[in-house]
Design a binder for this molecule. Structure first.
Ligand code: FAD
Length: 391
């Protein structure tokens, strides 16, 4: 059996939630170990579009009620961290776009009128024209209106790599996780047969939380999975575009982000309504056809003859929705020494960490003395989806 370990906080799951929390705890002097059974970021995080939402999108359907929501403060916190002056030093992480755009292909849609009147977006949205338009929209045939939102888009692979660096020697590749108890109390976990004692255990395993909770014999909080059928397009004629394209409904008709492939080409990653219910019901071929039609209708001047297409099915893991769950905050539940949660968005990882830190502070949990860690088997970094699906 491997040497047993002790630490202050034992984290299970190396997506954005676990990695961000881990880095913040270490910065505050806590000892941590983070267990990952697959690759770092390889769950939802590296499949996300990397938009650091400030909540503007949610104002479209009135879900964002005011500046009190945690999400409204996220772009500022991320910007500070990216400048090396915030709660974490993320200088060196690649920013793909300093802004995300709202793009109305026709005349100003009715729902935009109330959107611009809402408190959440007032003073945060500017119309852009001509050379200020995103490169993919700079064409004489372009019609429509485009507004700049103060929301960043990040290169998630470089973010995950930086957070893995900040994790130092505390990352552990481990497959099997069982509870370690003293009497009725959880005092750590047994990971692949190795005992790891901790003051607190945090489950931030995304879709894996449900199975981990079941293994610990815990029924609450319940998890829900929201399936998506995303589309990827890669070709020499594609130019950068980071935008929610609005249709008539409350959700963006399509949300486009653009990612750099290793061979120098751009990859469009398409979500929004296209990837939801009807998109989930389509098979891969029909989903590609739907995406091709949509992009040809919206950007008819782009030569797609050499574009290659692929789709990706992925579930968003969240707490089961009830009236008590607010969509624009991270979610954390606790049971004695166990904390479990979902950030619900990549952008909300700082809020997830805040919630864990607040419980530690409330309970008087402080850094204790631990023997230094031996060399642990380290989980690999996950691969960007566009490299595996469209090499
Ligand atoms: P994950 O990234 O899923 O990480 C969980 C980790 O836990 C995984 O690495 C997994 O291998 C590991 N794990 C699971 N079980 C175990 C176990 N038993 N033992 C050890 N490890 C385990 N949010 C935004 O803010 N902006 C966006 O633009 C955005 N776009 C998105 C697009 C898509 C298609 C999807 C699916 C989501 C998007 N999101 C976005 C949401 C965002 O990706 C997620 O909310 C966030 O990544 C969740 O992070 P996480 O760390 O909780 O989970």
């Amino acid at each position: 059996m491997s040497q047993s370990l002790s630490t202050d906080v034992l984290i299970v799951g190396g997506g954005i939630a676990g990695l961000w929390l881990n880095a913040r705890l270490r910065r505050q002097g806590f000892a941590t170990v983070l267990v990952e059974c697959g690759s770092l970021g390889g769950g939802q995080s590296l499949k996300s579009q990397g938009i650091i939402h400030g909540g503007a999108k949610y104002a479209l359907h009135g879900a964002l009620t005011g500046a009190s929501e945690a999400i409204a403060d996220m772009p500022r916190r991320w910007r500070e961290a990216l400048a090396g002056a915030g709660e974490l030093d993320l200088s060196g992480v690649r920013i793909l776009s300093d802004a995300h755009y709202l793009w109305s292909p026709g005349t100003l849609a009715g729902n935009l009128t109330s959107f611009f009147a809402s408190k959440a977006v007032r003073g945060r949205v500017d119309q852009v024209k001509g050379e200020q338009l995103p490169p993919a929209l700079q064409h004489p045939k372009f019609k429509g209106k485009v507004y700049r939102l103060a929301e960043l888009v990040l290169d998630v692979p470089s973010l995950i790599a930086r957070l893995a660096e900040l994790a130092g020697d505390g990352l552990l590749a481990g497959r099997q996780v069982e509870p370690l108890r003293e009497g009725d109390e959880l005092c750590g976990l047994i990971v692949d047969g190795r005992e790891i004692r901790a003051q607190r255990v945090v489950l931030s395993a995304g879709a894996g939380n449900a199975e981990l909770l079941a293994a610990l014999g815990i029924e609450q909080p319940a998890q829900q999975l929201r399936p998506l059928h995303m589309v990827l397009a890669k070709g020499p004629a594609l130019k950068p575009l980071y935008a929610h394209c609005l249709g008539g409904g409350p959700k963006p008709r399509v949300t486009v982000t653009t990612h750099p492939a290793a061979d120098g080409q751009w990859v469009w990653y398409l979500g929004g309504d296209l990837a939801e219910a009807d998109g989930v019901a389509r098979d891969e071929g029909a989903q590609v056809t739907a995406a091709q039609k949509e992009m040809a209708a919206l950007l008819p001047w782009v030569d797609q003859s050499q574009t290659r297409w692929a789709t990706l099915r992925v579930d968003r893991a969240e707490p089961a929705q009830s009236g008590l769950v607010r969509p624009d905050n991270a979610f954390l539940a606790e049971q004695q020494n166990l904390l479990v949660g979902w950030p619900t968005k990549l952008a909300l990882a700082p809020d997830f960490a805040d919630r864990v830190l607040a419980t530690l502070q409330r309970d008087g949990v402080t850094p204790a003395h631990h023997a230094s860690l031996p060399e642990l088997p380290r989980p690999a970094l996950g691969q960007p989806v566009w490299e595996t699906l469209l090499p």
